[in-house]
Ligand binder design. Structure first.
Ligand code: BES
Ligand code: MN
Ligand code: ZN
Length: 498
């Protein structure tokens, strides 16, 4: 999709369709008023007759409106002008796209940038219009032999800004929106690919590809023999149950100067989680191909940051394995030694995420990180606790947690903090090793984070449990690309603050 910005009156746009907001109840936006005036009250007449109420979900497509230069005008209901949330802004854009897709228009001038969204400026609105439009148009068709062709696909969106003074900001927002949206798209594609295609080796190849696209990105891949030398007994105990060799991928993006301590993102890359010997039930097991969505979000956010050439240093660390049952797979009761030297009793082979993450967290120390943030589809308990709206957030450093909460508010890709209190640590006691890999009954998301915290003592660390947000189930099954939006916003905020 092509995106640009432009200032100018709506009735003067010589284009396939002009999109205009209408608020509840029957309240015209300023662009609607301008068109209304030009067309001798055509719009206000329609509204008075009740053709469109202005509620969220309403749309009304008009053709050949008098004294306008466009082929069509699409009125889009936005709900009450005073309470338009970030989520509603996404829905409004999506309603627009769905109606446009069956309209025949290919080039669009959108005045939805006029919509007041609480505490959001024009840059935010342009950036997120792009993310919303791409989100709404996303399809994963690459493995279908018959592709559904759209009759006349949308080609171009022009976002309206208020006067020439906003053009520069607008263009910057377009660049940002397109880069982040491409990162989200990449994360979705990786997530949606099945386990027989998206293997640890495939993820490594994707990370290497990122390095070929940008000269300040460097990718290195540790193989199982390298990890043996480093003593990564926890990670290797998971990968040994699969024919697919496990890997530890490091992506280094260096655009922030030699002395700047890096942000380290660690993404769980379990390309398929059968549960291992503690086998999962059959129903819905296909969705465990999404157990590498943490890794996908790390690749996605690095791709966005590198596209924008943001002046920061970021390390992406991806421990990637497949969790399978096999003759040599780990058994419940096995005890392994992690890279940190701490021993772990594997009471459940399905709690494998923490086993691969703990060694990656120890490995992260070598980068002298400013902060380490891990992203993982870690616990079903997180879905029970928070559902599909926010990711779970746990951290050993409150300022870092607050930065992430705030980036969530700004981006709309939200997270919600859970307590990482000492009190929970005792649930991890083992009679035979330094700790067990499960915390028993209650607070599964917190005890998983407690486990990780024991490997993250040397730096400021936050953990995002994305089990509930990384993909949708049911008829709309598919990866969401979350939390690429959150992480990208976190990086952008930091650049501003430093
Ligand atoms: N990848 C799963 C977590 C998961 C399950 C995410 C369902 C999304 C949907 C993880 O590896 C796992 O199996 N966790 C176990 C931990 C338990 C054994 C302590 C879980 O949540 O059941
Ligand atoms: Mn598991
Ligand atoms: Zn898992």
């Amino acid at each position: 999709m092509e995106y640009t910005v432009k200032s100018g009156n709506p009735e003067k746009q010589r284009i396939g369709c002009v999109v205009i907001p209408v608020f509840a109840s029957r309240k015209l936006s300023s662009s609607a008023k301008i068109i209304d005036k030009a067309s001798d009250g055509y719009i206000s007449n329609l509204v008075r007759r009740g053709e469109i109420e202005g509620d969220l979900g309403n749309t009304l497509l008009l053709h050949n409106v008098e004294n306008t230069l466009c082929d069509r005008i699409l009125l889009v209901g936005c709900g009450k002008e005073k309470d338009i949330t970030v989520n509603n802004f996404y829905k409004i854009n999506c309603n627009m796209v769905k109606t446009l897709q069956s309209s025949g228009a290919t080039e669009i001038a959108s005045y939805l940038t006029e919509i007041p969204v609480k505490r959001k400026d024009i840059r935010w609105k342009i950036q997120h219009s792009i993310e919303a439009i791409d989100e709404c148009l996303y399809k994963f068709n690459q493995l279908k032999s018959k592709k559904e062709e759209t009759r006349r696909p949308l080609r171009k969106f022009i976002f309206s800004v208020n006067g020439r003074g906003q053009l520069m900001q607008g263009e910057e927002a377009v660049r940002q929106g397109m880069a982040i949206s491409a990162g989200i798209h990449l994360a979705k594609d990786l997530g949606n690919l099945p386990g027989n295609m998206c293997t640890p080796d495939y993820l490594a190849k994707q990370a290497i590809k990122l390095a070929t696209q940008h000269n300040n990105v460097k990718t290195t891949v540790l193989e199982e023999k390298d990890m043996e030398k480093l003593g990564m007994g926890a990670l290797l105990s998971v990968s040994k149950g699969s024919r697919e060799p496990g890997k530890l991928i490091t992506i280094e993006y260096s655009a922030g100067g030699k002395k700047q301590a890096p942000i380290v993102f660690v993404g769980k890359g379990v390309t398929f989680d059968s549960g291992g010997i503690s086998l999962k039930p059959g129903a819905g097991m296909d969705e465990m191909k999404y157990d590498m969505c943490g890794a996908a979000s790390v690749i996605g956010v690095l791709s966005a940051c590198a596209d924008l050439q943001l002046a920061v240093n970021i390390i992406g660390l991806i421990p990637t394995v497949e969790n399978m049952p096999d003759g040599i797979a780990s058994r419940p009761g096995d005890i392994v030694t992690s890279m940190s030297g701490q021993t772990i009793e594997i009471l459940n082979t399905d709690a494998e995420g923490r086993l691969i993450l703990c060694d990656a967290l120890t490995y992260a120390e070598k980068f002298d990180p400013d902060v380490v943030i891990d992203i993982a589809t870690l616990t079903g308990a997180c879905i029970t606790a928070l559902g599909a709206h926010p990711a779970g957030l746990l951290s050993n450093h409150n300022p870092l947690a607050n930065d992430l909460l705030s980036a969530g508010q700004t981006s709309g890709d939200r997270c919600w903090q859970l307590p990482l209190w000492e009190d929970y640590q005792e649930q991890l006691k083992s009679n035979f090793a330094d700790m067990a890999n499960i915390g028993g009954k209650g607070a599964g998301t917190i005890t998983a984070a407690c486990f990780l915290s024991r490997f993250a003592k040397k730096y400021h660390w936050a953990h995002l449990d994305i089990a509930g947000v990384a993909w949708k189930t049911g008829t709309h099954k598919g990866a969401t690309g979350r939390p690429v939006g959150l992480l990208a916003q976190y990086v952008l905020d930091r650049i501003k603050a430093h």
